[in-house]
Structure formats: C-alpha cells, structure tokens
Design a protein around this ligand. Structure first.
Ligand SMILES: Cc1ncc(C[n+]2csc(CCOP(=O)(O)OP(=O)(O)O)c2C)c(N)n1
Ligand SMILES: [Mg+2]
Length: 434
C-alpha cells in the first residue's frame, strides 16, 4: 500500500519499538539498540490531536479530565485521490440520511414507539458511509451497531431500520430482534451485527475464505471498536485472516470511549493501528471524521484484498458524540472534549468542503437536504403506521419446520483447478466446503 500511495509517503509514521509512542520506555539490557527494528504506518491525517484523558479521584468517586491542547484549529478535508465530485456528493447524502434517520429514531423513542434502546453513530457517519461505499455490490460487509449508515449504503432503507427499532411485523426480523441486528445474506451481502464484540471478525474472515475457495477476488469489511478490539477473538480472527492472506478490511473505530471507559485506559499503544505490526499486516490511520480519508484508505485496502494480498487494519480516529445508547447521557465525558469534536463534525465539514469546491451549489445543497427530509418523512410515516406482529406469530419461526430453512449454497459448488501436484479434486473441494 505504501509503495502505491506515493503522495502519502510523507505521512508515514515510523514506530521505534524502544518507545511505546507515549514516551520512552526502558528495554531490558539484552536488547541492544542494534537489534531494534522499525516499522511504518501510513497516516492520512492532517491533524494529530495531542491530548489524553485521565481519571482523577474526587469526593463523589471518579471523574475524567482532559490533558493537552484542545485549542487547535479544525483541519481541512483532505482531497481524495479517488473520489470524483458525484461520488463525494453521494457519500455526503448517505451521511446526511444516517444522521437524520438517527434523529428521527431519537424522536420515535421519546414518543414511546421504539422497543428497546437506540444506538447512534453520531460523529461517525463519515466512517460508516465512506467505508461501505468502497465496497462493490458483490462484496461483503459485517456492520456493528454504530454502522447504521453502512446499512443504508448497502441498500437497506431508513424504513427498514425504523421498522426494526419499532419491532414491526414488516421489519427485517419481523419483530424478533431490536436495533440494527439484522443482515441479508441473499441480496445485499450483509452479515448481521454480532453483539459479542469481535465475533464478526472470524465470521467475515470465513466469508473471505469461502470467496477464496470459490475463486472469487473480493473484499470483505467489518468493524470493531476501541474497546472490542482487545478481545481474544479479535486477535484470533485477524491473525487467521493475516496468515491465510484473506481479503479482510478491518476498521478499528477508535471513538475514544467503550461504554464509560476512555480509550486511554484501555490500551497503552499510541495508535491502535500499531497492532497491525503484530499481525504482520499494513496498519493505516485516518481521521474518521474526514470522509475522503476514510474512503481512500478503504479503497486501497479493498484493492489489496482483491489482489489476494491479505487484510488491512485501518484505525479511524473520531469521537462517539452521544452516549453508548439512548439511555446513557454520557455525563462522564468532559465537556471540553465534546466541544473539540463538535467543531470537527463530519457532515458540516464535508458539506462546507463540497460547497467550497463548487461541486455543490447552495441551491443544490438545499434540494439535496429537502430530498433527504422527504424520503425520511415518508419512511417514518410508513413505519409508524405499519402493524405490529400478530401475537400468535411469536411462536412461529423459532424452530425449524420441515423445509422452512432450506439453506441453499448461494454460489453453488466451487470450481477447483486440478493441477498435477495438487491432490484436491472437485469432489474433495466440495467435501471441504461442507
Ligand atoms: C465480548 C463482549 N464483552 C462485552 C460486551 C458488552 N459491551 C457491549 S458494547 C461495549 C462497549 C464497546 O466499546 P467499543 O468497542 O469501543 O465500541 P463503541 O461502543 O465505542 O462503538 C461493551 C463492553 C459485549 N457485547 N461483548
Ligand atoms: Mg469505542
């Protein structure tokens, strides 16, 4: 990736293993400096925030305080190397729909129409939408709960998401699950989110392996948070993908919080992209509030996946701008930090960028926003007025009846090329898949 991307050569970060990135660390004597190696990460950011969150004990318990510089000016959006104006506007529209859909969901919750909670990807719309936008329709995505924007990009409508939250009979899971826990493995190639953090990674690695066995050169993408990336299954899944050179693109969404735990209390590396070094795969850092950076990194990682070169870990830095879910007022987040990231709102900045570039006139922008509002209002209206499931239907679909879940292989039997040295016959390939 680094070779291809000449323009970014000045944005590489070299990691010296003698340092943990947060200051010098002493090494055992046996590690003479001559045995030290250096590693390189690609860093797309135009701004590198310099602050940490630390825990302080106060009478009432604990409080978090920010240490560092929060006064820096907002950086510009970085020009994409790949997106044209039309594509950029499309991504902007998805981001807008993502934000406005979640605002509508918040209101529906307050009206008592939502069953369960509401999860938000507020402040993370660029990461969800621009990443999913880099996939081709025949490729695969495994979103997490904050990636409702990715669901929209993959072809679900705001109506689907709203119906799901209201547990309506016509929702994707017919009222059987809440929030964005649904997928579509037939048409849209979306694996449903898995609550157990990290479990999507081996599942998507498996999808990539399946594609490989079928001779398909595709990319698959999934996400994990700054908290979830510490799980064992994250390591196992990504390590497997790395060793097998599977076409997995993993976005590590570093939104600075895992529930009420700040990222600074969850890991010691400076950048989570550094973890890529331990897997032997490329690590990339992007400003997760800049749609162009997210897209460019995702596109390059997808291209690498399609070439069969293996996975890429992309750390997207941003901030979770609401609580964990709607029940969480997030009072533990220092106000100054919220203010810092509010100025870096991904949608407002991308909008200003598109207007400044003259890719979008003020009038076109107004029309685009009005179009999003109209679409959402129609979807909201439909979802609110659609029926709840019949009570007796609750007993259906729980256990398999004869033929109710006949699962047919989507792509049929893989083609296996017989070589003289290879013992793998078509029959053994088939058995392998079973
Ligand atoms: C293996 C596992 N442990 C704990 C949980 C409970 N849990 C759900 S979300 C969450 C916080 C996740 O934080 P992060 O990974 O940073 O994602 P974010 O919510 O910030 O997007 C936790 C601990 C879980 N779902 N799975
Ligand atoms: Mg997090």
């Amino acid at each position: 990736m680094a070779k291809k991307n000449k323009r970014n050569s000045s944005h590489k970060r070299t990691i010296d293993p003698k340092s943990n990135g947060r200051g010098p660390r002493s090494l055992p004597r046996a590690c003479a400096p001559t045995s030290a190696r250096t590693y390189t990460l690609v860093d797309y950011r135009l701004e590198k925030p310099r602050f940490t969150v630390r825990q302080v004990r106060v009478e009432e318990g604990i409080r978090y305080e920010v240490e560092g510089d929060l006064s820096r000016p907002v950086p510009p959006i970085r020009d994409s190397q790949y997106l044209d104006p039309k594509q950029s506007i499309e991504i902007y529209r998805w981001m807008l729909l993502n934000r406005k859909m979640e605002t509508a969901l918040e209101n529906l919750y307050k009206q008592g129409k939502v069953v369960g909670g509401v999860y938000f990807g507020w402040g993370q719309e660029a990461c969800s939408c621009a990443s999913a936008y880099a996939l081709k329709p025949e490729e695969w995505l495994g979103p997490m709960i904050r990636n409702q924007g990715s669901l929209l990009v993959r072809g679900f409508s705001a109506r689907d998401v709203m119906m799901q939250y209201m547990a309506k009979a016509g929702s994707p899971t017919r009222g059987r699950d809440a929030s964005s826990h649904f997928g579509d493995i037939q048409e849209r190639n979306v694996v449903a989110p898995i609550s157990t953090l990290g479990d999507l990674i081996p599942v998507l690695a498996g999808v990539a392996l399946g594609a490989r066995l079928q001779g398909r050169k595709i990319a698959v993408m999934t996400y994990i948070g700054d908290g979830g990336q510490s799980t064992g299954v994250t390591y196992e899944g990504l390590n497997f993908a790395a060793v097998q050179r599977l076409g997995l693109v993993l976005f590590v969404e570093n939104n600075l919080w895992g529930y009420s735990t700040p990222a600074d209390l969850q890991f010691l590396v400076k950048d989570l992209a550094e973890r890529a070094i331990a897997y032997g795969i490329p690590g990339v850092i992007v400003d997760g509030t800049d749609a162009c950076q997210v897209y460019d990194a995702a596109h390059e990682a997808c291209e690498r996946a399609r070439r069969g070169e293996g996975p890429t870990l992309i750390e997207a830095k941003m901030m979770r701008m609401k609580g964990h879910a709607i029940h969480d007022a997030a009072d533990y987040v220092p106000k100054s930090l919220v203010e810092y990231w509010r100025k870096r709102d991904p949608i407002a900045r991308f909008e200003a960028y598109l207007l400044k570039k003259k890719w979008l006139t003020a009038r076109q922008n107004q029309d685009l926003i009005a179009g999003v509002d109209r679409e959402l209002e129609a979807d909201r209206e439909f979802a609110v007025n659609s029926p709840m499931p019949e009570p007796e239907s609750a007993a259906g679909g729980l256990y398999c009846n004869d033929g109710c879940h006949t699962i047919r292989p989507k792509y049929g039997i893989p083609k296996v090329t017989a070589t003289k040295s290879s013992a793998l016959s078509e029959a053994s390939g088939t058995v392998h898949l079973k």
